[in-house]
Design a protein around this ligand. Sequence first.
Ligand code: FNR
Length: 195
Amino acid sequence: MPITYEHEPPYSVGVLIGSLSTESINRRLATALMRLAPDQFQFTEIEIGQLPLYNRDFDVDYPPVARDFKRALADVDALLFVTPEYNRSLPGALKNAIDWASRPFGDNALSRKPSAVIGASSGAIGTAVAQQQLRSILSFCDAPQMNAPEAYIQMKPGLITDEGDVTVESTREFLETYLARFLEFTTRVLTVLPR
Ligand code: FNR
């Protein structure tokens, strides 16, 4: 008998990019992932740069920009975090966005949201430390996260063009595998924990 899923694909995926830089290599990586994504995924960026610094005084009445942000998170089936590493951690802008997402207490937009992390750096350990710290935060925020494959991308010149073309075949194949596994993971989570 065929399995019927509570929630059939296509799945919407919100992409959070940890860098606000116009020249961001992580934005380039995100563009590549959006281009390589299987048809069962629909990716949209959820922007974080417009959010003010979180302060719990806002909890009684979130400003419109933060309400819109939380609504965008609520509307998607899954989340993909594409982040640089800043000083062996995640960028403050991304942590700030997660703080907004997680509050007010009892209204945590990350809870039960299937998530995956990936990042690019010019350095050889390609965001590994930032990603570990992000994983710890996502665990606390009750977001089920894909454990494997891990993806630490060392961005060499020309590896991904501004348009998101991946010029090295082995990297392109790796990213396709990563996305296929994320689709499997999302399907599994949404089957067990329907929205
Ligand atoms: C960096 N960079 C960096 N790289 C790394 O691998 N580990 C690190 O801890 C840091 N720390 C760090 C701090 C700050 C404040 C900056 C601006 C940069 C280098 C970083 O990987 C490089 O600038 C990337 O290009 C940043 O990603 P985006 O913004 O281009 O996506």
